[in-house]
Design a protein around this ligand. Structure first.
Ligand code: GDP
Length: 432
């Protein structure tokens, strides 16, 4: 998993750099999602290398006394969890005490660290930037995240350090249990494996955290990726969330299916939505688990109301399975696994070209893409493209004329007619 963490003291320009790295993807996906606020991690891409980037600045405490401690701690967490660190400093201030402190932590790490000197807008500043060689962290990269200059050269170097994800256990499904702190992740894992500790096999190479658990009973055989097991002891409340976000991103990159747990009492919040989007962008299968269902006062409409509330937020991806559980009362815990298996199968589903065309061409005939400037789009045939998640190519004469609503229409029809619930679906229109 390639996680790039942006660290540095406040006001050096971390979030501007973050926005620059993630903006292209953002423009495509977030236009209609309505949740651009509060997002400090996202998917970026450079020369065909996708990676996750995290802006550590988004997780800093507000009050002054915990401020420096929080930053130091975040750097430690980032160093542990990320694969590459971008250490951002500001050429206009030179090296500050806090920069020095951060550099000390980074020198101890074994991870690749890139010293990124921001706000370098002219030649004089290029000369000034050389003081940052004083960190002893190697090469420095001058950028201006306002204008974007230098980021290309930086990313060219960064992607050289990416590792291909090792295909350890590539045949077994991998399910990651993710969610905000206290939603019940540890509880469900304990409930699944608790009395049978012997079925738990930490996989070699996952370091002391051993967050991969091999589950093999009742005819099931899969890996559980646990994001709750190892918990950082921290006095800084905000960093509990930061740590959980780092773990979530990591688990998410490795998993096939994301089991997103939410707390029934708290509902589906912005943070849950962020995780959902990240899973979606990473083309993972998704199951939503609404836990602590025992704490909700219910009548025969409650489930429906709750479901609709979630569906509204996750649109247009509206057929994600939702399971209502109470881990403490052992309600529907195993159902979560059955549903995850189902989503795994849906994500791997292959639909034959003849079946696709038999089903979809008549639908398209009845609801063709709207004509544009008097021109008509004619869709000739459809085929599934090989990949780890369902992708469909619709061959036609004028692919550039197809607009967003028609993409959604097609996705909905695919979901209605084929068993794809919980699986990401990509639709492409291509010239014949
Ligand atoms: P994690 O941080 O997501 O791993 O959450 P934990 O598994 O540590 O659970 C947090 C708290 O919620 C604990 O006190 C659990 O006992 C409680 N809890 C977990 N599941 C349920 C549930 O289904 N119902 C109720 N009432 N409490 C639960």
């Amino acid at each position: 998993s390639n996680i790039v963490a942006i660290v540095g003291r406040p006001n050096v320009g971390k979030s501007t750099l973050y926005n620059r790295l993630t903006e292209s993807r953002k423009a495509i996906v977030d236009d209609f999602s309505g949740v651009t606020r509060d997002r400090h991690y996202g998917v970026a891409e450079w020369t065909d290398h996708p990676f996750t980037v995290i802006d550590t600045g988004g997780y800093v405490a507000n009050s002054d006394d915990v401020f420096e401690a929080a930053i130091r701690e975040q750097v430690v967490i980032a160093v542990e969890e990320a694969s590459i660190i971008l250490f951002v400093v500001d050429v206009t201030t030179g090296i500050t005490d806090l920069d020095d402190e951060i550099a000390v932590l980074l020198r101890r790490s074994k991870k690749p660290v890139f010293v990124v000197v921001n706000k370098v807008d002219n030649h004089n500043q290029q000369a000034d930037a050389t003081v940052f060689y004083g960190f002893g962290l190697g090469e420095i990269y001058n950028i201006s995240s306002m204008t974007g200059s230098g980021t290309g050269e930086l990313l060219d170097e960064v992607v050289k350090h990416f590792e291909d994800v090792p295909l350890e256990d590539s045949t077994r499904p991998k399910y990651a249990i993710v969610g905000r702190p206290n939603v019940g992740k540890s509880s469900i894992i304990n409930s699944l494996i608790g009395s049978q500790r012997n079925i738990v096999t930490p996989v070699a190479g996952t370091t002391r955290d051993s967050i991969h658990i091999h589950y093999n009973q009742y005819g099931h055989d899969f890996m559980l990726i646990d994001t709750a097991g190892m918990r950082k002891k921290t006095k800084v409340k905000e960093n509990i969330e930061f740590y959980s976000v780092m773990r979530t991103i990591k688990a998410l990159e490795e998993a096939d299916v994301i089991i997103l747990m939410i707390d029934a009492v708290e509902g589906f919040e912005a943070q849950d939505m962020n995780i959902f989007h990240l899973a979606e962008k990473n083309k993972k299968g998704i199951v939503i688990v609404v836990n602590k269902w025992d704490l909700i006062e219910k009548n025969n409409k409650t489930i429906k109301v709750f479901e609709e509330m979630i569906r509204e937020k996750t649109a247009p991806f509206t057929d994600v399975p939702i399971v209502f559980t109470s881990v403490t009362e052992k309600q529907r815990v195993l159902k979560v696994i059955d549903v995850a298996n189902q989503v795994y199968a849906n994500r791997a589903r292959k639909i034959t070209t003849s079946k696709l065309n038999d089903v979809m061409l008549p639908i398209i005939e009845n609801y063709p893409p709207p004509s544009l400037k008097g021109k008509y789009v004619k869709i000739k045939y459809i085929t599934q493209i090989a990949g780890s998640s369902p992708m469909f190519a619709f061959f036609c004469n004028l692919p550039q004329y197809i607009k967003e609503p028609y993409y959604r229409f097609i996705e909905n029809k695919l979901r209605e007619n084929f068993e794809l619930s919980g699986a990401p679906v990509q639709v492409w229109f291509r010239q014949k």
